[in-house]
Design a protein around this ligand. Structure first.
Ligand code: BDR
Ligand code: CA
Length: 315
């Protein structure tokens, strides 16, 4: 398989850090940039955190700052009870050496994709605002990307913020609907699979080796995320963002279904991803003529956890 070149669009975030460092350690991925977006933290903090991660990866991965707000409204609530106020579990950090580049996230995405048609995979693991803006500004990128593999949504299960919505979709439902109604190859790695993959404390202790810079960093910040999950009655953490990286390299361990996806933009179901799994065209409705997306609906959990452990321990 040809080495995927990826841009991770991210709101780091503890599981975002796990995903980004997993992509860095995975031998078959070329990580060409991090673009930031509000979500788990305000965008300035997301950029600061992405720069810390770039330092950990040797300072060579550029960081571009993106959107501070969703497309159609302000945003002033951040889930500090999940990721901490600083997004990294409120652990203290040295200020990063890496500085964000001058170019903004949307222009970075457009430039990279158009310079290498057919080669770049976009991996959004936060709200989809930057991606929707890039499509608005340069619609031709839809035919130039290799694929889009995103963490978010739910095809066959309930949401995690409420019964309808997963967090990344709810943070900017208008952007999400724009992304899913665009004709481009898109795979949703959503709660259908990420809620199946639970990392418990013994596993986290084993795979994040504290005597290495990356392992030590991750083991420190994941404790907060683990404690949040425990407070909700789960003995371990849900593996959201890293699962998008696993899918990139191990698609064969996932079961995928196809269908047109719309995202509800307001009302009590705002942020709900509704996939047409019926096989019917629903002529004359909001699903009529919408290109199909792929959604991961099942996963070989053991294979996924083994692969994560292998990559983290350098095997
Ligand atoms: C998603 O929401 C965020 O809290 C996580 O980083 C992940 O991207 C899970 O619903
Ligand atoms: Ca995220």
């Amino acid at each position: 398989m040809k080495q995927p070149k990826i841009i991770i669009d991210t709101d780091p975030g503890i599981d975002d850090a796990m995903a980004i460092l997993l992509a860095h350690l995975a031998p078959d991925i070329e990580l060409i940039g991090l673009t930031t977006v509000f979500g788990n933290v305000p965008v300035a903090q997301a950029t600061h955190n992405a720069c810390i991660l770039s330092d950990l990866m040797g300072g060579k991965v550029p960081v571009a700052t993106g959107s501070a707000h969703p497309l159609n409204r302000e945003n002033d609530r951040y889930p500090d009870f999940v990721h901490g106020k600083n997004g990294f579990g409120d652990t203290s950090m040295k200020p990063p050496i890496t500085k964000a580049i001058e170019q903004g996230a949307v222009d970075f995405i457009i430039e990279q994709v158009s310079q290498s048609p057919g080669e770049i995979t976009l991996v959004p693991i936060g709200p989809l605002t930057n991606i929707a803006k890039a499509l608005e500004k340069a619609p031709e990128i839809a035919s130039q990307v290799k694929e889009v593999v995103l963490m978010g949504g739910a095809a066959t299960v309930n949401g995690n913020v409420n019964a309808a919505a997963e967090a990344n979709m709810l943070s900017d439902p208008h952007a999400a609907d724009r992304v899913f109604t665009t004709d481009w190859p898109i795979t949703m790695v959503g709660l259908d699979v990420t809620h199946q993959i639970i990392m418990d404390e013994a596993y986290l202790d084993r795979v994040h080796q504290v005597d290495t810079p990356i392992g030590g960093f991750l083991r420190r910040i994941v404790q907060f995320y683990l404690d949040f999950h425990r407070s909700t009655g789960i003995d371990g953490l849900y593996t959201h963002d890293p699962t998008a990286i696993v899918y990139l390299l191990k698609p064969e361990i996932f079961t995928v279904r196809k269908g047109a996806v719309r995202v509800c933009t307001d009302g009590i179901a705002a942020g709900q991803t509704i996939m047409n799994l019926s096989g019917k065209p629903y002529l004359g409705t909001a699903w009529d003529g919408i290109p199909t997306s792929d959604a991961c609906v099942d996963v070989d959990v053991t294979a996924c956890l083994e692969w994560y452990a292998d990559i983290m321990s350098g095997n």
